[in-house]
Design a protein. Sequence first.
Length: 99
Amino acid sequence: MTGYLLNEKTSLTLEEFTRVCQAETTWVVELVDEAVLQPEGSERETWRFRSTSLRRALTVRRLQRDLGVNIAGAALAVELIEELESLRARINALEENSP
């Protein structure tokens, strides 16, 4: 078993990213093409992925594996999940600050 400890400042090359996701390069390229991932760098050879991209990719992977969702559907689901998390965080912050 191998683990990866990443923080928000960690960035991965395309090769490292595919290894961590246990995915093919073509799958990652599809995620970039569908705007699920926004790597830093203009060419594939220079792409760098942050931990937020890794989280998104792994969520897409689970949606595809568990539910058979295509990439476009998974992209929408990821956006909705993140929006829900954001709204929950805002509600929690409001509840903490209310009398």
